[in-house]
Write a protein that binds this ligand. Structure first.
Ligand code: GTP
Length: 598
């Protein structure tokens, strides 16, 4: 097809507003996926994603569509992940498009993450088509939501489309709008090849597969290609389009979207944002916007069973093949033994990796509480980044500690403004801005230490707003604060894996709350277990877990052996996720106690 009849677009939507359902409909109506072959929600094809109902990795699909003008068009849908952890990937897929559908649930309204992605799309000058979805619902108020969009973003909604992805209403109108309102890609077929990688994944047989949009020039099968940022060259063994399954082709031109298989060893060599060019006639400069997504949140991962250390290493190696933003390094903890310090883009990313390690690799892990990366200036002027609280240089050695701050933007019904402000205040937040968007909805902007956001902030925000508020955040830089390291001692043993960095003014309250929580979470033993929180050599809080008085088995009647066995089995199962620290068995939950303090 000529460039003039290609349309590249993505869908911007808040979780649950119906992006996947709409994508499925578009694939179905254009006959891209046969009804028979159509699994529900074709685009979200990772098992974990489907279970959690969120889009984590992006994918793409090419549709053929005969428009009302009688012409045949190629519509490329580039999906975007729906979570703040992956906003860099969102920015790259938007950069590969000329337009976007803004899908808003007509019974709800605009949410924070939608806004963040929409601003990105506007930055790239994309044509935006507002779609009010779920108009089949009795509670749908398309006029109110249109108004809201106009008020908040100043986007003209007079030509917004009323749709129901579920009932198939408005789908033709959406397809026509894609053709008529989104511009065709620029015709730069004659320029040297530049293709933007917006996604990549690892295939055990073919190596890393890159998904890309050709911005300029032509890519042919068999070409020798160069990845401009990675600085590596490959033979383009196979190229093709995504329908949405891969279909090999011989050539792809400016404006088209496709995939490349070139025996690339890991996704790290085909990073999102890198530019593919030709080795023979290379482009002068790579496409703009490449950055390396840096890990923001770190935690320790330790096998409960020391024998699984090598298995854990292998599993991390394999996950890394498919996930360039995951980082890991061996860590030795006096309390936990051998494990890895791992870095993640955010909390969701962290949870996904942990879950995959346990599910797909059958590992039993103890995870330590998440930490951010602190910037420490030593007395001698040297600056070091510290991602592990137990490695914080002592007070005599350091001059100052800086911590990362984020700007958090929340959208909430007005009723919950007070509760959310209170939450931000207890999290050391600094009020920045508040706007009444409409009589019903308010945005609230705070600057907060990232450390306070990664510890359970999201869940707190949701519970304090009964699920109605949404949030989005991005890093704004480092700030100095009077921070100290708080240590935890269990039966007089210092447990490095429980050390945390806290604000001086919050240390006492935190220390007290933490030992009380640990007392709840650590089971009783045959002996008394003292618990202490300390700063340096000063104990700031202490508790005792009293000794067990009775043997558990004493509860069994007489010699009912089956009952006894059952009880022992139950105990053995519960033991799985315990770590012996000295003579004390500490369960997984205790390492996460800090997330459960509020
Ligand atoms: P993420 O993948 O997490 O981004 O969610 P999503 O935006 O893809 O939402 P999804 O398509 O999974 O839809 C969320 C829920 O809304 C599902 O239960 C859908 O069945 C339902 N839904 C989607 N579109 C409509 C609609 O037009 N009307 C009604 N009544 N329900 C809809």
């Amino acid at each position: 097809v000529p460039v003039s009849r290609i349309r590249n677009f993505s869908i911007i939507a808040h979780i649950d507003h119906g992006k996947s359902t709409l994508a499925d409909r578009l694939l179905q109506v254009t006959g891209t996926v046969e009804k028979r072959a159509m699994k529900q929600q074709f685009l979200d094809n990772m098992e974990l994603e489907r279970e959690r109902g969120i889009t984590i990795k992006l994918q793409a699909a090419r549709m053929n569509y005969r428009a009302k003008d009688g012409e045949k068009y190629v519509l490329n849908l580039i999906d975007t992940p729906g979570h703040v952890d992956f906003s860099y990937e969102v920015s790259r897929s938007l950069a590969a498009c000329e337009g976007a559908l803004l899908v808003v649930d007509a019974s709800q309204g605009v949410e924070a993450q939608t806004l963040a992605n929409l601003y990105l799309a506007l930055e790239y000058d994309l044509a935006i088509i507002p779609v009010l979805n779920k108009i089949d619902l009795p509670g749908a108020e398309p006029e109110r939501v249109k108004n809201e969009i106009e008020q908040i973003i100043g986007l003209d909604c007079s030509n917004a489309i009323l749709a129901s992805a579920k009932e198939g209403i408005g789908i033709d109108e959406i397809l026509e709008a894609i053709v008529n309102r989104i511009p065709a890609p620029q015709d730069t077929v004659d320029a040297p090849l530049r293709a933007l990688i917006f996604d990549s994944y690892y295939d055990a047989y073919r190596g890393a597969i890159a998904y890309f949009r050709v911005m300029d020039g032509t890519l042919k099968k068999g070409d020798r290609v160069r990845l401009m940022v990675a600085g590596k060259e490959y033979h383009a063994d196979e190229i093709g389009i995504l329908c949405p399954t891969q279909q090999p082709l011989d050539e792809l031109h400016a404006g088209e979207v496709g995939y490349l298989a070139a025996a690339i060893k890991t996704v790290e060599d085909a990073r999102v944002g890198d530019t593919i060019t030709l080795a023979q006639n290379p482009a002068e400069t790579p496409l703009p916007g490449y950055t390396e997504a840096n890990p923001m949140v770190f935690c320790g991962l330790f096998p409960t069973d020391a024998d699984q250390f090598e298995d854990l290493r292998e599993a991390l190696q394999r996950l890394k093949l498919n996930d360039a933003s995951l980082s890991y390094e061996p860590e030795t903890s006096s309390a936990m033994g051998f494990g890895f310090r791992c870095g993640f883009l955010g909390l969701l990313h962290m949870e996904i990796v942990q879950e995959r390690l346990e599910r797909e690799y059958d590992l039993d892990l103890i995870t330590t509480a998440p930490s951010v990366v602190y910037l420490v200036t030593k007395i001698n002027g040297e600056k070091v980044y510290v991602d592990n609280p137990s490695l914080l240089p002592g007070p005599q050695e350091r001059e100052k500690i800086e911590e990362p701050y984020v700007r958090v933007e929340m959208i909430t019904p007005e009723t919950y403004v007070g509760a959310l402000m209170e939450l931000c205040q207890t999290r050391r937040g600094e009020f920045t801005d508040m706007k009444y968007l409409t009589p019903e909805r308010t945005t609230l902007v705070y600057e907060l230490p990232l450390a306070e956001v990664v510890t359970d902030f999201f869940d707190q925000m949701k519970s304090r707003s009964r699920g109605y508020a949404s949030m989005e955040y991005h890093v704004i830089g480092y700030r100095e604060n009077p921070l100290v390291r708080m240590d935890i001692l269990i039966k007089n043993d210092l447990v490095d894996a429980l050390a945390m960095i806290v604000h001086r003014d919050k240390a006492y309250v935190m220390g007290r709350a933490l030992v009380e929580k640990l007392k709840e979470l650590i089971p009783r033993h045959q002996f008394k277990v003292p618990l202490q929180a300390s700063i340096g050599s000063r104990v700031i809080a202490s508790e005792n877990i009293p000794a067990l008085r009775k043997d558990v088995l004493a509860k069994c009647y007489g010699g009912d052996i089956s009952r006894k066995k059952k009880l022992l089995k139950k105990q053995a199962k519960g033991k799985k996720r315990l770590k012996a620290i000295g003579t004390v068995d500490v369960p997984q939950e205790a390492f996460m106690a800090v997330l459960k303090l509020d």
